[in-house]
Design a protein around this ligand. Sequence first.
Ligand code: PBG
Length: 325
Amino acid sequence: MQLPVRPRRLRATPAMRRLVTDVRLHPGDLVLPVFVREGIDAPQPIRTLPGVVQHTRASLVATAKEAVAAGLGGIMLFGVPEHLDAVGSGADDPDGILNVALKDVRDAVGDDIVVMADLCLDEFTDHGHCGVLDAAGRVDNDATLERYASMALAQAAAGAHVLGPSGMMDGQIGVLRAALDGAGHEDVSLFAYAVKYASGFYGPFREAVNSQLKGDRRTYQQDPAAGVAEALREVRLDLDEGADMVMVKPGLPYLDVLRAVAEVSDVPVASYQVSGEYAMVEFAAQAGALDRDRVALESLLALRRAGAQIVLTYWALDAARGWIG
Ligand code: PBG
């Protein structure tokens, strides 16, 4: 048959498919989120996140070196402290687990990989909210900003290249930028969790950080049913306040939002493939329902295709070592 166009010609061989592909993944695009826990002497598996552990300080440093060797773009640290209190005192204590671990990692890797710190209080508070509470038990936006500013200075002093404020307080980027600049940390970047939904897909993360939260975060994180306009407003505010990069979170359930943000942002756009997205594939693969590596790679490509330049994923090392390139 004389067909005028045969799209299948461009799919005929692996070499041809590689030549004509639009979307590529490079280890340098990927950021590995890691957990470091105080007071343990061996890495602890996380039941809800197969293959992910709560690190000791030593095992974290070893993993950071592996991330460098694999050519990853960055590593994002989350702290799991032993002692919690109402204001999250461990968060801005220079001897707090996250800050000492940041210093360990920076001392080990220097500038060979971008070292990022999660900047939020939920891992450090005994009530598990991302901020401090007022007398009525509500998350107090402006009192929380003061705590974040103090945390930012501790993280910058510990050597973080990039701070990732993930608490969704209004005005957090502007306050952090001013605090950093006022203390001579003009070179420290702000990676804004600009668009973050109150998502059930964070479920497995709760166990990863031993979260104490009862209730939910719906008064500060975004409503999953809200439209794209709200997401664009959050991005605009963060860009106006000085965000160096913006993130949309979670990943796959919000590809429409990611695409819309990528179209307007003039700073790099990231997607966070969160714990529940990872766990769904891992557990389905354990049950024999999915080919883990294939589906994981497909999901990462989807995030890149929708407009993410940077992807945070618990599969970063697996991807860099095996699935891409
Ligand atoms: C808050 C924070 C959360 C995640 C990253 N930062 C939890 C939440 O907002 O409830 C979730 C990440 C994941 O699920 O992988 N510090």
